[in-house]
Design a protein around this ligand. Structure first.
Ligand code: PEP
Length: 250
């Protein structure tokens, strides 16, 4: 079965007001979007439910993070069970900003992935190398080391609820997009890793999306690569150009 094209919008800690959140929703609500694309947007936690209330139903919502416990004395955290109960179907885990600024390890991210899947959520699992790691020819090694703890926890279980987002750290928010050849090579390496570490079927079915300065200008070429199954979009997801990225194959 062909892999369904996926476009996610990671709003990060934006928009800065409820008014701006309503404007963003209006842009999405009024747009004609390619119905063959799975579209997911990810606002800050405080806007998850208000956005869900006003957003068209063919666009899904993702949290930007969660903890792994169902409830308890974990001040500031939100659980997978709470997201599920609130009918938020997706969660982004392992974003480079969480890894770097909040010191999340790949093992911790794997634990949260397990808990999210157990609660019935789908996971956008982010991986990617720094510029220094790429320049040291360590891209595949780094990405595999980020995926390994998840592979060890999940083994050959159902991977249909995982979307892997390859996001080179040097391309996130920098305007420095990976070339289509760089993206294709990294995605093919991830697929080959899933094939050997999990199974050929999981490798074939798992969507691997690219993130890092995706724009309406570069989306067509990136999206036409054999192993690029869509995008995770940061900055451009806050602009009308997000619609052009969603509709890139139309
Ligand atoms: C992101 O934050 O996931 C991202 C890809 O950001 P940007 O598109 O702004 O580089």
């Amino acid at each position: 079965m062909p892999r369904q094209f996926f476009v996610g919008g990671n709003f990060k800690m934006n928009p800065a007001s409820r008014e701006q959140k309503r404007s963003l929703a209006a842009i999405l609500n009024e747009a004609t979007i390619d119905s063959s694309v799975e579209v997911v947007v990810s606002p800050p936690a405080i806007y998850l439910l208000p956005l869900k209330e006003i957003l068209r139903k063919d666009i899904k919502i993702a949290a930007q993070n969660c903890y792994f416990k169902p409830n308890g004395a974990f001040t500031g955290e939100i659980s997978p069970a709470m997201l599920k109960d609130s009918e938020i179907p997706y969660v982004i885990l392992g974003h480079s900003e969480r890894r770097t600024l909040f010191h999340e390890t790949s093992e911790f991210i794997a634990t949260k992935t397990r808990a999210s899947l157990d609660a019935g959520l789908s996971v956008i699992l982010c991986v990617g190398e720094t510029l220094a790691e790429r320049e040291a020819n360590k891209t595949a090694e780094v990405v595999q080391s980020q995926l390994k703890p998840v592979v060890e926890i999940l083994k050959e279980e159902d991977w249909s609820k995982i979307v892997v987002a390859y996001e080179p750290v040097w391309a996130i928010g920098t305007g420095k997009v990976a070339t289509s050849a760089q993206a294709q090579e990294a995605h093919a390496d991830i697929r080959a890793f899933l094939k050997s570490a999990v199974s050929p079927a999981v490798a074939e079915q798992t969507r691997i999306i690219y993130g890092g300065s995706v724009s309406a200008k570069n989306a067509k070429e990136l999206g036409s690569q054999a192993d690029v199954d869509g995008f995770l979009v940061g900055g451009a997801s806050l602009k009308p150009e997000f619609i052009d990225i969603i509709n890139v194959n139309k």
